[in-house]
Design a protein around this ligand. Structure first.
Ligand code: 5GP
Length: 118
């Protein structure tokens, strides 16, 4: 079954797309945790970071370059921001399609805070 992000990439469900090319799509998170919260995803359906192959590494680099460029265009590059990629259950990954969170626009708290409910 296609993940929610595959449906967004295909245009089957709406999203606020901020960037798109053949390899990478970026759209605003539906539940933003900061003034800027964009998800950068590969069009290739890689489920998690644990599924990334060495052949995918240029694609991962492209995702970071897209995040860098969006941070600049959103005006948060000078103040700084956070890039996060969660992996599987303990990492808090909800959507099994690789994605990089670009979060910024305010000062962020500690990277890991509080305990997750099991
Ligand atoms: P994860 O926890 O997997 O690292 O992050 C998944 C993110 O996807 C969450 O921040 C969540 O708010 C976002 N998200 C889940 N469903 C949708 C959706 O349908 N549209 C958008 N734009 N974001 C979504």
């Amino acid at each position: 079954m296609a993940s929610i992000f595959e449906l967004i990439i295909a245009g089957d469900i709406p999203a606020d797309i901020v960037y798109r090319d053949e390899e990478v799509v970026a759209f605003r998170d539906i539940k933003p945790v900061a003034p800027v919260h964009v998800l950068i995803v590969p069009t290739k359906p890689i489920p998690t970071t644990d599924d990334v192959s060495d052949a995918d590494l240029p694609l991962i680099g492209r995702m970071y370059a897209v995040a860098r460029d969006i941070a600049r265009s959103e005006g948060i590059a000078d103040d700084g921001y956070r890039l996060v990629m969660n992996c599987r259950d303990h990492g808090g990954q909800e959507v099994a399609h690789l994605h990089l969170h670009l979060i910024g626009g305010r000062r962020l708290g500690p990277m890991v805070g509080g305990e997750a409910a099991d």
